[in-house]
Design a protein around this ligand. Structure first.
Ligand SMILES: [Fe+2]
Length: 329
């Protein structure tokens, strides 16, 4: 049987450090980093030392009061308490503060001739039904209410060559602006599907036109946005995640043009190169050929261009080089 003492690592048993005391607002940062300097993991030591530095500088810069500190603690406690298996309020907080887009844009830079990446968001699930070419990812119930949309195109490499057998995960809102996993009584996936590109790189499926939606706003993040005078909407978009052997996984989304929230996305996900135009198909025979019972049908044609893992590595190295050449502020 192990005692608690057995789990304490040796330095604290064999040699207890003597760090400075009588610490104040000028000396605390240096002392905390001395406490953490024994970390065996160099990356952890570096990240924590910078976090401590910026956190303390923040408190000093704004002259954080004890009441404001407590308010911040209460806020973060609420963020944790409202999170669950189906709700991730911390990701939402990271999203609305721009941290998710910052991290994504450092780690997923694409060359100009490739499809740009954007944030995954909190609504992906890995249980989507597999659909065959031209099949629907939407239940009949939602298809009847929503605007039918046919999505088609190819998966290509940066030289324009088709990528067969690419695994495509796609998900979108239902006609009311909710993802299926926002319903507590969700029984099966809806408005999401998994498909594979054909030998010529092509793919196609039936969907509905996605709609703009509010991010969950009945918790701390919604309260914060309200206090900041911000709205809680994301423009309509269709999520796509594409994986293929030898290629960097692409996490992206397409944003139909004309949405009133395109230029004030609550989570900063929109990129102009991901804004798409839809064509309207009214010809009844064409509508039926595409597998729909009624029109008009919106046609979304889009080729996705993937980068190889080697290309992705080179792009990341460029970012690291750029960041290391800039003095930190
Ligand atoms: Fe979304």
């Amino acid at each position: 049987m192990h005692s608690i003492v057995d789990n304490i690592s040796p330095p604290f048993q064999s040699e207890i450090p003597r760090f400075p005391i009588d610490i104040d607002y000028k000396t605390i940062t240096e002392v905390v980093n001395q406490y953490n300097s024994g970390a065996g993991d160099e990356r952890l030591k570096f990240v924590i030392s910078r976090l401590v530095q910026h956190l303390h500088d923040f408190a000093r810069e704004v002259s954080l009061t004890s009441e404001e500190w407590m308010e911040g603690i209460r806020f973060l406690t609420w963020v944790g308490q409202i999170s669950s298996d189906i709700r991730q309020e911390f990701i939402l907080l990271s999203d609305v503060m721009g941290l998710s887009t910052l991290v994504d844009s450092m780690n997923n830079v694409k060359p100009d001739n490739a499809t740009q990446a954007t944030v995954l968001g909190p609504f992906f699930t890995d249980d989507a039904r597999q659909v065959e070419v031209g099949d629907s990812i939407v239940s009949d119930r939602n298809m009847q209410v929503g605007d039918p949309m046919f999505v088609t195109g190819r998966i290509l490499d940066t030289d324009g060559r088709p990528i067969p057998k690419a695994r495509i995960e796609t998900w979108e809102t239902d006609p009311t602006g909710h993802y299926d996993n926002q319903y507590p009584d969700r029984k099966e996936p809806d408005c999401r599907g998994r498909l594979f590109s054909a030998a010529d790189g092509s793919y196609s499926y039936r969907a509905i036109r996605p709609v703009a939606y509010p991010i969950p706003s009945d918790g701390p993040v919604g309260m914060l946005l309200k206090k900041l005078g911000r709205h809680v909407y994301r423009p309509a978009h269709l999520h796509m995640m594409i994986e293929a052997e030898g290629y960097e996984t692409l996490v992206t989304a397409l944003y139909p043009e004309g949405d009133e929230y395109l230029y004030s996305d609550a989570v900063f996900g929109v990129k102009s190169k991901l804004v798409c135009s839809l064509k309207t198909i009214t010809d009844e025979e064409r509508v039926r050929d595409l597998g729909f019972k009624k029109g008009p049908v919106q046609l979304l044609e889009w080729d996705f261009v993937l980068v190889t893992k080697e290309q992705a590595k080179r792009e990341r190295e460029k970012v690291v080089q750029y960041l290391s050449s800039k003095p930190s502020s």
